[in-house]
Design a protein around this ligand. Structure first.
Ligand SMILES: [Zn+2]
Length: 484
């Protein structure tokens, strides 16, 4: 679908911020041994997708953005916000990007300890008469999109039924009693989004909008009722998305929760633990390619959503749009490299739409991530694979203890050998958690504390040249809008 570019008009301060995934970008140890600032942004997810699709000589759309820097990621302790937590989540990272303030894990647009609401970039843009939009491949109530426009104690308070706090496989998560509408609060994230009157809000999450505000009263209103009363038009299919026209306030809910991913491993395969023969030899893991995920059929692509959003947001006073490729992170949690690769490539195609728009309208584009993730590209077989008692004689037994295990050396993590488009084998490893093998969350891979890339183009992108702190990205976006 070609972008519907509007007639040439000057829109100073227009901002398109692409937040590429909660965790999309695991920056590996490229910085070590790299001389002189600025540090080149590097990312496990970006490298993995580029290597798979194009090889090391190819360039993604995001690789061609002219301003290239990185941002450190950190959260703070809930009870002592002066203390740093070195690995963040999508709530703390999204809040840092959207409000310029570091907060604790799980908080959405609210300050650690005090629970005060933090003004966000959508509110700043609206205050300047700009249009606002949020697009994600997750539920629109998920932590990143929520951080850009709502305020709540905990990220799982996505719908009215979830305000008491989720029990996650026996782990009790915080609830949001102070935010309940019955307690005079602004309600769940879905209720707040309904009240927000964004011009464009697209993604998944229909199930949260169909919950009743009073769980005991099936006749009570739902967030969807509230959204329609506030002037949103609902789109539930790609056809309804395509039919939306300027002047409409568009709420697109295309799945009960996250959208299906564009790609999958052949046969549903993901990274797997390596297996050994009884003699301790490695059983050669069978390589596999990534394939289109048939479950994605009928789901609007990120590219189609961005194309429509730009058509609806285009106006004289400018706009702010956040676009998230959410499942780059979500599938890394599942040790699913093909899922992440497909979503990163989908994000890159959506970025190309925004870039085409920016060639005709002065627009700041920022691509970044909210935190690192677990994927690593590693050698296979291990450099040390043969270092094994009985196979390689270990010298100097008198002064060197023979502590090697009687098995081939290999990664302890989950491992996938991907047959890349070029036919070369790409070896991907996940080793941040042993995982519980639950069907819903098979791998439980975790975020990491690396800095994330910040890639930018357009007016206002000048500060994106050196190592930034994540909250500074909020300041850069506000400055591009002409200040508060
Ligand atoms: Zn995550």
């Amino acid at each position: 679908m070609a972008p519907d570019l509007q007639p040439l008009t000057l829109r100073r301060g227009s901002v398109t911020a692409g937040v590429a995934a909660l965790a999309a970008f695991a920056v590996l140890a490229v910085l070590a041994g790299c001389g002189g600032p600025p540090p080149p942004p590097a990312s496990g997810a970006v490298t993995m997708a580029r290597d798979y699709e194009l090889g090391p000589d190819g360039k993604l759309v995001m690789d061609r953005l002219p301003r290239r820097a990185a941002a450190t990621v950190a959260a703070v302790e809930e009870d002592d916000p002066d203390k740093i937590v070195f690995v963040g989540d999508s709530a703390s990272g999204g809040t840092a990007l959207a409000t310029g303030v570091r907060t604790s894990i799980g908080r959405i647009g609210t300050a650690a300890k005090t629970d005060l609401d933090l003004p966000n970039i959508v509110e700043v843009a609206r205050g300047k008469g700009m249009r606002t939009g949020i697009i994600t491949t997750a539920s629109v109530t998920d932590a990143s999109p929520a951080s850009f426009s709502t305020h709540v104690r905990y990220r799982f308070c996505m719908g009215p039924e979830h305000m008491a706090g989720e029990n996650f496989f026996g782990i009790q998560m915080p609830g949001c009693p102070q935010d309940e509408s019955s307690a005079g609060g602004p309600g769940s994230i879905a209720e707040q989004l309904a009240a927000q009157r964004l011009d464009v809000l697209l993604g998944g999450g229909r199930k949260y909008f169909d919950q009743h505000v009073d769980a005991a009263d099936p006749a009570s209103t739902t967030p969807l009722d509230q959204a329609l009363a506030n002037g949103y038009t609902l789109a539930a299919t790609g056809e309804e998305l395509a039919a939306a026209h300027p002047g409409e306030r568009l709420l697109g809910l295309f799945a009960p929760d996250s959208l299906e991913t564009e790609m999958d491993g052949e046969g549903g395969r993901r990274a797997e633990f390596l297996r050994l023969t009884p003699d301790g030899d490695l059983i050669e893991p069978e390589p596999f390619p990534c394939v289109a995920n048939p479950k994605h059929d009928g789901t609007p692509t990120l590219e189609a959503m961005v194309t429509k959003a730009l058509e609806l947001l285009d106006n004289e006073r400018g706009f702010f749009l956040m676009v998230e490729g959410a499942s780059i992170d979500k599938q890394a949690h599942n040790a699913d490299p093909c899922g992440s690769i497909g979503e990163l490539l989908a994000f890159d195609r959506a970025l190309a739409v925004a870039q085409r728009y920016a060639t005709q309208h002065p627009t700041l584009i920022i691509v970044t991530a909210d935190h690192g993730q677990s994927q690593q590209i590693i050698p296979y077989p291990s450099f040390f694979a043969g270092l094994r008692e009985g196979i390689i004689p270990i010298p100097s037994p008198a002064d060197m203890p023979r502590t090697f295990r009687p098995q081939a050396q290999h990664t302890p993590g989950r491992f996938a050998r991907l047959i890349s488009i070029s036919g070369s084998i790409l070896n991907v490893n996940y080793a941040t958690n042993v995982g519980a093998d639950l069907p819903m969350f098979p791998a439980f891979q975790e975020h990491t504390g690396v800095e994330v890339p910040v890639l930018a183009a357009g007016p206002g992108s000048e500060p994106v040249v050196e190592l930034l702190r994540q909250p500074q990205i909020f300041d850069i976006m506000v400055a591009a809008m002409g200040g508060r």
